[in-house]
Design a protein around this ligand. Structure first.
Ligand code: PMP
Length: 405
C-alpha cells in the first residue's frame, strides 16, 4: 500500500469518530427509522440528528437536507428533478463546460427529452465569468448548474455572483459542491444557491452517504418513487449507519476546518512553489489564487499522466491524473481541454489532493521522487526528443487527435 496518499478528491479515509458513531447502527440498532415500534426510535433520532449536523455544516435549515447515496445521485436529482418540475416555464438549461460527468450526463439526458442545454465557456483558469453566464441565459432558461469548485483543477467559482445573476433572470441555480466541502467553509445561505450536492467521502465520512440541499420552496420531481422517506424526494429506507457517519464527520470537520484548511493550504503552496523549480516544462492548471487549499494540479509536458501515476505508485505515492470517475478511459479531460490546453498536454495531467493528515514529510517524499520519474519517462518520450531538438512536439499529434472526441 502506498504510504503517501495524495488522492483525497477521490476518497478520504473514514475518520475514527465517524466509524465509532456508525458501529451501533451496523449491529444492534438495526431498526427501520420509519417503524412505529421502539426499534425505530434510535434510528429515527440518529437520522434527524445527522440531518441537523449536515445542515449546520453548510449553514442551512435542517428541513432542507435530503439524503442520497452519492453526489452523482444528488446532481442527477437536482438537474433532472428541477428541470422536470419547471418544464412548463421553459426548457433551457445552462451548465458550465467543466462540470462533473454526473452533471454533464444529466444535462445530456435532458437534451434527449427535448430540453436545450448551453455550455458556458470558462477562462484559462477555469473561471465561469458572470458576463459569459449572462450571455448564455435566455428568457426560457429555468436552471443553471455551476460547480462550487473543481476537483480537477481546484478553481473556486464566484458562485454567489453567479447565483444572483441567475435569480435576476428567474433561473434556479444548482451547484455541485463535492470538491469544495471538507476543504473550504460552505454557507449555502450566503451563496444563495437553490440546491447544492455533496458527499460524505469528501470530509472523511463513509461512502454511500451524500446529500442534496434544497432551499425552502425548491421542489424537484423525485428520481426514485415509492415511500415517504426524505419527504418523498428520495424513496427507500435510509442507510442509517452511513448517514450517522456522515453527520459525525460533518460535525468534526466543521469544528476543525479552519485549522485543516490552513495546513493543507500551506502544503499545497509549498508544492506549487517548489515543483516548477525542480521540473521544467510544467503547466500549473486552475486559478493561481481562487483555488482549493490542499489541491495541486499540473501538466508535466511530454509524458503520459498514467505512466507517472504507475511510477509514483511504485515509490509508495498515490496520486491522480484527473477525476477518478473517468480514470482508466485514457481520454484527455474535458476540463483541461475547456481551459484551452492541447490534447497532448492535457494527457500529461497530475492531480494531487492532500488531506487533514498530510505532512511536510509527505511533500518532501513527493518532491524527491517525482523529478527522477519525469527524467526517466522523458528519456523515452518522442515528444521530448522533438522538443529538445527545437522542433514543435505537438503539431502532428494534435492533428491525429482532431475528430477523435
Ligand atoms: N462531483 C465532483 C466534483 C466530484 O469530484 C465527484 C467525485 N469524483 C462527484 C461529483 C461524484 O461523487 P460520487 O462519487 O459521490 O457520486
Amino acid at each position: 500500500m502506498p504510504e503517501n496518499y495524495f488522492d483525497h478528491a477521490a476518497a478520504c479515509p473514514l475518520m475514527p469518530e465517524a466509524f465509532e458513531a456508525m458501529k451501533p447502527f451496523l449491529t444492534d440498532r438495526f431498526g427501520n427509522p420509519h417503524s412505529i415500534h421502539s426499534f425505530g426510535t434510535e434510528p429515527v433520532k440518529a437520522l434527524e440528528q445527522a440531518r441537523e449536523q449536515i445542515a449546520r455544516f453548510i449553514n442551512a435549515p435542517t428541513t432542507s437536507i435530503v439524503f442520497t447515496a452519492s453526489a452523482s445521485e444528488s446532481n442527477n436529482l437536482a438537474l433532472k428533478g428541477l428541470a422536470r418540475a419547471r418544464e412548463k416555464e421553459g426548457r433551457h438549461i445552462v451548465i458550465s463546460a467543466i462540470e462533473h460527468q454526473s452533471v454533464l450526463k444529466s444535462a445530456h439526458a435532458l437534451e434527449r427529452l427535448g430540453f436545450e442545454v448551453t455550455e458556458v465557456k470558462v477562462d484559462e483558469h477555469g473561471i465561469v465569468h458572470p458576463k459569459e453566464l449572462e450571455k448564455a441565459i435566455r428568457p426560457d432558461t429555468i436552471l443553471v448548474s455551476v460547480q462550487h469548485a473543481s476537483n480537477e483543477i481546484g478553481t473556486i467559482q464566484p458562485l454567489a455572483e453567479l447565483a444572483q445573476l441567475s435569480h435576476q433572470h428567474t433561473a434556479l441555480i444548482h451547484s455541485d459542491g463535492t470538491a469544495a466541502t471538507g476543504r473550504i467553509p460552505v454557507d449555502v445561505t450566503r451563496l444563495g444557491v437553490d440546491s447544492y450536492a455533496f458527499s460524505a467521502q469528501s470530509f472523511y465520512g463513509p461512502k454511500g452517504a451524500a446529500a442534496l440541499y434544497l432551499k425552502t420552496g425548491t421542489r424537484p420531481v423525485p428520481l426514485i418513487e415509492g415511500g415517504v422517506q426524505e419527504k418523498g424526494y428520495r424513496a427507500g429506507t435510509e442507510d442509517i449507519p452511513s448517514i450517522v457517519g456522515m453527520g459525525k464527520a460533518a460535525e468534526v470537520t466543521r469544528s476543525r476546518l479552519a485549522e485543516w484548511s490552513a495546513k493543507m493550504g500551506r502544503l499545497s503552496k509549498r508544492l506549487l512553489t517548489e515543483l516548477p523549480r525542480k521540473i521544467d516544462q510544467i503547466v500549473l492548471t486552475g486559478h493561481p489564487e481562487q483555488r482549493l487549499p490542499g489541491h495541486v494540479s499540473l501538466c508535466v509536458e511530454f509524458i503520459e499522466g498514467e505512466a507517472m501515476l504507475l511510477s509514483l505508485d511504485d515509490q509508495g505515492i498515490a496520486a491522480a491524473s484527473g477525476s477518478a470517475c473517468t480514470a482508466r478511459t485514457l481520454k484527455a479531460s474535458h476540463v483541461l481541454l475547456a481551459i484551452g490546453l492541447l490534447h497532448a498536454v492535457a494527457q500529461s495531467s497530475l492531480v494531487l489532493t492532500m488531506g487533514k493528515d498530510t505532512t511536510d514529510e509527505d511533500i518532501d517524499h513527493f518532491l524527491a521522487e517525482l523529478p527522477p520519474i519525469v527524467d526517466r519517462l522523458r528519456a523515452m518520450s518522442p515528444l521530448y526528443a522533438k522538443f529538445k531538438k527545437g522542433e514543435d512536439p505537438y503539431e502532428a499529434r494534435e492533428r491525429s487527435f482532431k475528430g477523435g472526441h
